[in-house]
Design a binder for this molecule. Structure first.
Ligand code: SAM
Length: 233
């Protein structure tokens, strides 16, 4: 399977094991991960956010229930919502989620925005679990003739040490722990020295961080994201 597919399969697997009820995919682009997640019956709210409204709109109708969805007994209600907005902004509708995913997003953020992203995701949204994927630059030496980054819009590509030390700082600051894995195996014998093609951090909120001030409603709540699409099954 393609790397794109392997990253999404990793999330689907994680969802199957951890049963989150409210999930948001940040930088969801054309919603292909949401497409897969809508089949998990314990999910009640499935949201997607992207700064690019045109991308979101392209395939949004694929998220509507298909005729056979109505034939199954209504075991649960699923609500799917797509928002145009930037992960550098705090929107009160996204606090208190169980799982936030950010698949190949952070490397598109200038460093100032990346700093905002940590504050928004870990400090403000403060979900129970976060999955972040990003390229592992150590793997790039296996791409013949490649110079620079894997994609012209990337602002950086990190080694494992760089990603893990950024992650550890975020954990210390906001009260999470992190584990690291990846998808896209290096050739046999190079697994250790090169690592995975895509690196993945899985973050869990620490118990003492459970009743953060951030979950209380407050008069200064803002709702900067624009709801583009909403469907209830
Ligand atoms: N997550 C997608 C997937 O797995 O198929 C691919 C993500 S794509 C490589 C990066 C996405 O991040 C783009 O759709 C881009 O519009 C979005 N993006 C970039 N900066 C953003 C920001 N500040 N806030 C929200 N989305 C952003």
């Amino acid at each position: 399977p393609s790397l794109h597919r392997q990253r999404h399969d990793f999330v689907v697997d994680f969802v199957r094991k951890n049963n989150p009820k409210k999930v948001v995919d940040l930088g969801c682009a054309e919603c292909s991960l949401l497409q897969k997640l809508r089949f998990y019956r314990h999910i009640e709210l499935l949201a997607g956010v992207d700064i690019n409204g045109a991308k979101l709109s392209k395939k949004k109708h694929g998220l509507a229930p298909i005729a056979t969805d109505y034939l199954q007994p209504p075991l649960h209600q699923l609500c799917v919502q797509l928002f145009q907005g930037s992960v550098t902004q705090k929107d009160a509708r996204f606090r208190g989620f169980d799982l936030v995913t950010s698949i190949e997003l952070i490397e598109h953020l200038p460093l100032d925005d990346l700093y905002q992203f940590s504050e928004v995701v870990f400090g403000y949204m403060a979900p129970q679990m976060v999955i972040i994927t990003t390229p592992n630059s150590e793997f790039n030496r296996l791409f013949p003739g490649m110079s620079g980054f894997r994609h012209s819009d990337h602002k950086f590509e990190w080694t494992r040490v760089e990603f893990q030390s950024w992650s550890r700082n975020v954990c210390l600051e906001y009260g999470y722990n992190a584990e690291f894995t990846g998808v896209g195996q290096a050739p046999q014998g190079h697994e250790e020295s090169i690592g995975f093609c895509t690196q993945i951090g899985v973050f869990h909120r620490l118990p003492m961080n459970r009743d953060g001030h951030m979950l209380a409603d407050n008069a200064e709540d803002h709702f900067p994201y624009t709801l583009l699409y909403s469907v209830t099954y």
